[in-house]
Design a protein around this ligand. Sequence first.
Ligand code: 1GP
Length: 249
Amino acid sequence: MIYNKLVKLSQKQANYFCLIDPDGMNPQKAADFAKICQDNGADGILVGGSIMLENDFDINLKAIKSAVTIPVLIFPGIFNFVSPHADALLLLSVISSRNPQMLIGEQVRAAPLIKHYNLESIGTGYMLIDSGKSTSVNYMSNSLPIPHDKDDIALATALAGQYLGMKIIYMDAGSGAQKPISDSMISKLKENIDIPLIIGGGIKTPEIAKQKAEAGADFIVTGNILEKNSNPQLIRDFADAIHSVKRTI
Ligand code: 1GP
């Protein structure tokens, strides 16, 4: 099970996920990019985005999966992204939202396909945090983010997710966020929840990534920055900075 692998990784050190938005990419480019991520230290590949203008998700996912051996996880911005060509699907419920479609409606639509493909599904409490500007995911999910400085609300939301049986919390400032999630919010969650914590949105440098890992992120996600600069050395620098943060349990 991929989930067990992720838990083991999170007990050892902080880890690095590269997010690939496959919309409009050609399969060879998607596969090559995934391989560069793996070769430079990424621990997993997330595949997804907020919108799909080209109908190429499946074919790109398949190409990515065949290029790497690290876990390939579907990160569904919208839930018509169910495909058998992944190791697992992060089945998100946007628990920061009060929009029923994002809390349960999309998941009901996705569930029969997940069953059909016998796809490992990882119940994920997905929390949007305000980042200073409206992000695609705010707009597409029609939900208000949790205020940037309300650590207590974020903690209560994450605990609710955990008590509801979710297996992982993904706290996201949204792709291209002006400011990433604060260290204090990350620490507050890390100190109080027992399930792995993914942090993403607006993480632009290896130094910031390391800081977020030290605050308590078990998995750091970068997306945008690699779209702008896919220099393998930058990926290596992110991976090294993040992996330097060890966990003692
Ligand atoms: C977005 O957390 C991811 O959902 C990554 O964000 O694109 O800003 O790195 P960035």
